[in-house]
Design a protein around this ligand. Structure first.
Ligand code: NAD
Length: 419
């Protein structure tokens, strides 16, 4: 990965690229490029041996003009203030792209969760939730899972908030377990929107998805579900997948569910017996496939790798997986890149459905969730391709930002400036 690219600068560059095609005042635009506020806090947490360890944690609230701040919480050693700011901004434009009534937020703790016991992780999470409490709530800011967090962490945050507020407020966080107020279909939602975007993209480009070969970088929540649904629902041939242990390749098509079982049992994809060979992650990114899905972390594809990408279509499951330079190279090379703010928006869209269900105390079937998600993604895809065809934007990402920036700018304009 290209660690020298600052994701916050990438976000600002993406906004500037699209701004050339929208009629927004420069002072409004300046506001839409920066977070409204960022919390940086030091958590002091007792370890199992009685010692105290400190952790740096953040929460960025980027823009709330279209609704409460919304966005995930990441546990990773590389979490930084600028990464959290960038991710919170991408949430603003993602929610606007799929037109759900949220602003954008993001949080993170600088931690490698693999080095801590379950009880230590619970205390770290509850300590973080205590710091977040004044900022979050069903009408203020609604956290959700991101890298290395899931239902377990969301349940702890919800319980901490509810205990301190002496209330029940399941809509404080989304991505909870179904028994704690989570929605059917939430775990699969991000991978499902990646699959739906790939389906629509192939149809739009006049290509046949069932004949496509596919490589997926990153085999966590987003990547593994996307790989399985692309295999099962589109009938495409997933020939390679990877995680941080490396990539596995099977030209005849991998049994994705079996590879996932292997990862569950051994903790990694490497060593999977159903693969014909093992590759490096870089080899996976440059494989000759029809569809490449980066589903790991940001900046996975830099300018140099972009020059060697052989796929015709990229659907971004991860947030910010291409550096701006890589984006330029791929645009010049006519590789069709369908952006993160559409493709992985299934996660936040079903989070929105979860929040609606929490507020109504009325729960939907998985079928209803999946149908509503399909409607949201296909409508957003159509809006994106209409913008692409009606303006002379250079690529699909800029087309998505044009619509998203207009929506956020209109809401900001209607709200006016206080005081
Ligand atoms: P996750 O922790 O479940 O999975 C991440 C995967 O990436 C793991 O398999 C890990 O081994 C792999 N990985 C890490 N570094 C790698 C490397 N250098 N090469 C190859 N693989 C590597 O996380 P996730 O929730 O699946 O999130 C992945 C991406 O999708 C992130 O960018 C996240 O922001 C984005 N995303 C996730 C959701 C969601 O609902 N989970 C929603 C929207 C966007």
């Amino acid at each position: 990965m290209s660690g020298d690219v600052n994701p916050f600068e990438s976000l600002q560059e993406q906004i500037d690229d699209a701004a050339a095609y929208v009629d927004v005042d420069s002072d409004v635009l300046e506001r839409l490029k920066r977070p409204e506020r960022v919390l940086e806090t030091t958590l002091s947490v007792e370890m199992d041996d009685g010692s105290i360890e400190v952790f740096t944690a953040f929460r960025s609230q980027f823009n709330g003009d279209r609704g409460p701040y919304k966005g995930g919480i990441r546990y990773h050693p590389n979490v930084s203030r600028d990464e959290v700011k960038a991710l919170s901004g991408w949430m603003v434009y993602k929610c606007a792209t799929v037109d759900i009534p949220y602003g954008g937020g993001k949080g993170g703790i600088v931690i490698d969760p693999r080095e801590y016991s379950l009880s230590e992780l619970e205390r770290v999470t509850r300590s973080y939730a205590k710091e977040l409490r004044p900022l979050i709530g069903p009408d203020r800011d609604i956290p959700a899972p991101d890298v290395n967090t899931g239902q377990r962490e969301m349940n702890w945050i919800k319980d901490t908030y509810e205990t301190l507020e002496n209330t029940t407020a399941p809509g404080t966080v989304t991505g909870k377990a179904p028994t704690s107020g989570g929605s059917a279909g939430r775990v699969e939602a991000t991978g499902r929107s990646v699959m739906l975007t790939a389906r629509e993209a192939f149809e739009f480009l006049g290509k046949t998805a069932s004949e496509a070969t596919v490589a997926v970088q990153g085999f966590g929540n987003a990547g593994s579900v996307a790989a399985r649904l692309i295999d099962e629902e589109l009938g495409a041939n997933v020939v390679a997948v990877s995680d941080s242990s490396g990539a596995i390749h099977q030209p005849d098509g991998l049994d994705v569910a079996d590879a996932k079982d292997h990862k569950k049992e051994t903790g990694q994809l490497a060593g999977y017996p159903g693969a014909s060979e093992e590759l490096t992650n870089e080899e996976l990114l440059t494989m000759d496939v029809d569809l490449l899905i980066p589903a790991a972390l940001e900046n996975a594809i830099d300018r140099e790798i972009a020059q060697r990408v052989s796929a015709d279509v990229i659907v971004e499951a991860a947030n910010g997986p291409l550096t701006p330079n890589a984006d330029d190279v791929l645009t010049d090379r006519d590789v069709a890149v369908f952006p993160d703010i559409l493709a992985n928006a299934g996660g936040v869209t079903v989070s929105y459905f979860e929040w609606v269900q929490n507020r109504q105390r009325f729960y939907w079937t998985e079928q209803r969730v999946n149908e509503e998600l399909e409607r949201v993604v296909t409508e957003a895809f159509d809006t994106l391709t209409d913008t692409y065809e009606e303006t002379d934007v250079p690529n699909y990402r800029t087309a998505a930002y044009v619509t998203a920036i207009e929506r956020v700018a209109n809401a900001a304009d209607e709200a006016g400036v206080f005081p």
